[in-house]
Design a protein around this ligand. Structure first.
Ligand code: ADP
Ligand code: MG
Length: 263
């Protein structure tokens, strides 16, 4: 009994939740074939914070769409928590996506007419399962991104950084297996971007698995591992021994008021 318990802890330690086996993706436009992914083997363990870098057109978004169950590969297998999702139909894919993946985008993708709380609860509304403690989940998500007090504000009444916090809270509310963030700081100034990275780091410390796409090395250096994509293959991988600590960096960065005073 005791032995089994220890064993399960051990496997949990290196629990691989994303496992792609030689994934390819070919888009066909008329007679032209575009090989966006040409054989990707990627494993991500529970609790990791990983980034993907690569030039425009290298296949980052295609890979993220497949990992996020928005699309399926042309060939190869993809296991998400040991479920082979590479052969599911659209309905099955949507169901898994809703349960297991939280998305954060560069352009926030919030509903303009809905206030912060209503945006955050959307994944719960789409969910087929009856969610217990719905309000508790929403409150916890709001608190974890530091938005308490802003619940009734619409996106137009919020800054870019606050909008991205709403999007992160929305990505958390279903308690997904993994958070996928595509250029989440791309539309933000450097201080606000650092604040967003501090939130991701805090969530990761609490155990969330996060996969982040970025163009900027300085952003990727906040994560534990960088995967470099080039022409649809993984060209390199790098372990970051001492990731940049966003909270520490923020202490050294000028506050907005200081910038205003110096104008
Ligand atoms: P990245 O996100 O790194 O910029 P993408 O994954 O968006 O790269 O694109 C990889 C390649 O696949 C590019 O050549 C792009 O033009 C092509 N591509 C992406 N999506 C489609 C699509 N829906 N139809 C056809 N070609 C596509
Ligand atoms: Mg892209």
């Amino acid at each position: 009994m005791n032995n089994n318990f220890n064993k399960s802890l051990d496997t949990k330690k290196q629990n691989i939740i994303i496992d792609t086996a030689n994934i390819t993706k070919t888009y066909k436009i008329g007679d032209i074939e575009i090989k966006a992914l040409r054989g990707i083997n990627l494993k991500i363990s529970e609790g990791e914070f990983v980034s993907i870098m690569g030039p425009s057109g290298s296949g980052k978004s295609t890979l993220m769409n497949i990992i996020g169950c928005l699309d399926i590969p042309t060939s190869g297998d993809y296991f998400l928590e040991n479920i082979d999702v590479s052969k599911l139909n659209d309905n099955q894919l949507a169901d898994i996506r809703n349960k297991k993946v939280g998305f954060v985008f560069q352009t926030f993708n919030l509903l303009a007419r809905a206030n912060a709380v209503h945006n955050i609860e959307l994944p719960l509304i789409y969910s087929k399962d009856k969610i217990r403690n719905k309000d508790k989940n929403i409150r916890a998500a709001i608190k974890s991104v530091g938005l308490t007090g802003w619940e009734k504000h619409r996106p137009s009444e919020l800054s870019g950084g606050e909008r991205q916090r709403v999007a992160i809270a929305r990505s958390l509310v279903n308690d997904p297996t993994i958070i996928l963030a595509d250029e989440p700081t791309g539309n933000l100034d450097s201080v606000t971007g650092e604040e967003i990275m501090a939130i991701f780091q805090k969530l990761n410390k609490k155990g969330k698995t996060i996969l982040l796409i970025t163009h900027e090395l300085s952003v990727a250096q906040h994560t534990q591992r960088i995967i470099y994509l080039r022409d649809g293959i993984i060209s390199n991988q790098e372990k970051i021994e001492n990731p940049t600590d966003a909270e520490e960096r923020l202490k050294q960065m000028p506050k907005l008021e200081d910038k205003m005073n110096s104008l």
